[in-house]
Design a protein around this ligand. Sequence first.
Ligand code: ZN
Length: 489
Amino acid sequence: MKKIWLILLCTWQFIAFGQSNVQANWQQDVSYNIQVTLDDENHILNGQIDIGYTNNSPQTLNEVWIHLWPNAYKNNLTAFAKQQLENNSTSFYFAKPKARGYIDSLDFTVDAQSLKLTYHPEHVDLAKLTLNTPLKSGESIVISSPFRVKVPGSFSRMGHVRNSYQITQWFPKPAVYDVNGWNTMPYLDQGEFYSEFGSFNVSITVPQNYVVAATGVLQDSSEMDWLNDRITYYKGRGKREEDETASSALLKTLHFKQDKIHDFAWFADKEFFVFESKQTLSDSSATINTYLYSTNEYDKSAIQYVNQGVKFYSDKVGNYPYASASAVIGPLKAGGGMEYPMITVLASTDKTTIVHEVGHNWFYGIIGTNERNFPWMDESINTYYENRHSKSTKDVSDVFKPNYNSKYAAQDRFADGLSIVYANSLTRNTDQAIDLHSKDYTSSNYGGIIYGKGAYIFSLLQQFLGDSLFDSAMQNFYEEWKFKTSFTR
Ligand SMILES: [Zn+2]
């Protein structure tokens, strides 16, 4: 996620977990089969989910905790709603019922036997499933449920603006079970996530004239042909018309598949322009298909930043392991951008934001740390690489960006917003370490320290070790930890 820290000031409220440095040589395995249909008249998703869950832990599990993220938008008592109010954002607090969101129609079963669902006493976006038969170490079950999601208006990461849909944190999802037990957390706008790795097989049914951008690889050749026609058709067409096209009465079902990922997001809009490109990795081992989706044709040149991000992080950290990388320019209401595996949504075509969000494929997507407990492990490291990329491709838009290696670094360093926020904490004697839990930071320190100071410390480490040793250390880190949750070796 990329925050605009001089504008966004916030307060943090989190559930705290016991911390442990113990690591395990196991992690749970989750495989999702999801069928979902978009009702774009009522802004509702009707779905069915089958969650294959393998207990690789040494313990027997009597329960499985499930995140029901859409319930964050249900009422003014959720952790999300309270945090919005504390951050002086009243738009959700005063939102009309039809603009709110929720998930319902749940009926969890294993082997056609219903499971008892107990909501968390405080957080309606979190529930405990009591298993009828304890799940022993090494055993697998399939947990199934229908679900219905009312898509809220655009207040955070999931939402819609008219018929432009941003479908994220949308399906029932098991919390991570690791050496610390169940990692349960309510949805927050300012506070990120922790997820189990697994496979996704998702079928999305929408009216035929929607363009769908999603995590994973599209399996339908007829849809690829349709998109290719659209890519050709839109060349030189100009900006979209103001009035939205009516939805087709005919539906289409699209299939997306992907292994070794820990989340799935999709975006649907009838007015998307689709731009495509390719980026070959430096060692020629793969060519990545890159896509940019936007309702404004003039955004198309921003696809070069997706390519730059894929190439830069592949060169410096490790090769991008998936077939495609996409960016969606959409009506995001959670900072400047938000990352999901293989796809990112952005509020603008700003180069550094796109490179930052694409970079989260490495530090969030491939190395799946607990972002809420250890925010530096995604944001500090990722912002360090974003800054390094920015410095390596300095152009007119970067004039006001810091140059950490400059002889005049001290003054350069304070030229950007994050550094100003960090300098402010220094002068007020409110500096903090970079390795604290998200909840331990004030909102301005979260920006100034996690993004600003944390990234700067990594640049000092780079200078201290030298590029070659620093890069090889990070490449080893990537190889050792890719596709693992943060407590797993
Ligand atoms: Zn970020």
